[in-house]
Design a protein around this ligand. Sequence first.
Ligand SMILES: Cc1cc2nc3c(=O)[nH]c(=O)nc-3n(C[C@H](O)[C@H](O)[C@H](O)COP(=O)(O)OP(=O)(O)OC[C@H]3O[C@@H](n4cnc5c(N)ncnc54)[C@H](O)[C@@H]3O)c2cc1C
Length: 508
Amino acid sequence: MKIIKTRRNTWTNRHDTFTENIKDLYELGNEADLDALNSYNDATRSFLNMIGEAIATQTPLRSLGGGWSWTKIATVHSGVMLDTKPLNTRFTISKASVSDAYTGDPGHLLFAQSGMSVQEIDEFLQERGQSLKTTGASNGQTIAGAISTGVHGSAFDFGAMPEFVVGLHIVVGPTRHVYLERASAPVVSDAFIQNIRAEHILDDDLFNAALVSFGSFGIIHGVMIETEDLFLLETYMQQMPYDDSLKGIMETLDFSNAKLPCGNERPYHFSVLINPYDMGKGVYVTSMYKRAYTKDYKPPVDNAAGIGPGDDAPTFIGLLTDSIPALVPLLVNKVLGASLAVSKLDAQNKPIRELGTVGEIFKNTTLRGRLLSAAVGFPINKANQVIDLMLKANKEIGPFAGLFSFRFVKQSTATLGFTKFAHTCVMELDATYSSGIYNFYSQIWKTLEDNNIPFTFHWGKVNELSPARISNMYGGAATSWKAARNKLLDANSIKVFTNPILQQWGLD
Ligand SMILES: Cc1cc2nc3c(=O)[nH]c(=O)nc-3n(C[C@H](O)[C@H](O)[C@H](O)COP(=O)(O)OP(=O)(O)OC[C@H]3O[C@@H](n4cnc5c(N)ncnc54)[C@H](O)[C@@H]3O)c2cc1C
């Protein structure tokens, strides 16, 4: 593997919201003069050596994906960060590489090296007539970085990105690298294991714990994912009254009486954006329906001006300045008016659909300015209570220079998946960077607690996790996660993959 020791001793995240002092940042790359498999195995050997060296010099290591997280989970104070993004090779899977017990189609498996970005996977799959089953709203993360925090969209009958992962190749120590999969759902054959020369572990608990593990289980080198045939999304964004009908849908995800663009058809994706300064005009509802793929459509054009059905609020938030409070409502309305791309209407006043693949709708976001994003998950039946609390809090402790956004996600199988409720409603609060926003966030978390709303924090977004909160949120699951980590990593390797935030959260 190519290793460039950059000698950088600071690292700043993508949104310029924090800088960490580090010992070094290594840029990694595959050896171009080896074939794909030999180059992959060469990289595994380099990872083993790196961990050995880190133990010998007592230097912590942390893998960096796209650097899109707001929490200090991809960095390590006084340690070495590993830029994995250039490690972006991938392997399609033949029948010989899958176990007889596997009931799926090997043609729908992809083994992606950890640094492959979601965008690169989208493009590769689209060429093959396939698609990821879900992504977040944007596709700039690496595959390992995205699953490591449990990235989600609003595919509420499928779940978050870890749900399509069926195997993890992880370098866990100086002499050990394992291929983990569920004993209850084995996928690969011995031939595959021999190819990557890993130790094969079939264990549901270890696998589920490693899925969302924010760099703490070692270096994820390869991720086996299940894909599906390419499909189109028929998308709409409409302004609708926040009435009993919509409230009912948000609390139950029962669409049988829905008055959405495709009537009561159950959408693939459903999300709601609320502008607290203009509720009179209604809220912004995005619905997307799965359609068979055809070449006969016009892909959506880049919405440089603002938010369309597949975009999320960060595209727009950067346009808001940290304004004086009295001007916030005016400013949000003005910027929103120019940014939100509500579906145009046809002659019969019906919203006009846009069509695109997952990769075309949920594409790379144009980031503007220094911004913050926080997200909490809670059971869907609390959605409207939370909205009432938010509107009240905004009057009392706001004004918040941004929108309240709500997405819906099926329960995760990951031990520490933050979308842990049978159906989780994820509320996102995106805002321009300011110290006042941190204070607003703190008071919102306290309001949720004071009102007995059970909730979890997105691991990669601004949060205020503490051991007590993690224990309240996850109970025994946090203990199982730590037990799995202790089982998989030896004591020296655990030290290498422990960073200050893990200690602060009491998960070390
Ligand atoms: C514009 C924008 C939009 C976003 N939209 C969404 C969204 O729609 N839904 C959502 O859920 N989140 C969203 N997020 C949050 C973001 O997607 C997550 O924080 C995600 O985890 C970042 O992925 P990354 O590749 O940048 O990883 P990083 O932030 O670099 O790292 C995340 C974690 O993964 C670990 N990691 C990375 N690579 C490896 C590896 N090879 N081995 C072991 N550990 C590894 C890191 O150590 C770290 O702990 C958004 C963020 C931005 C900036």
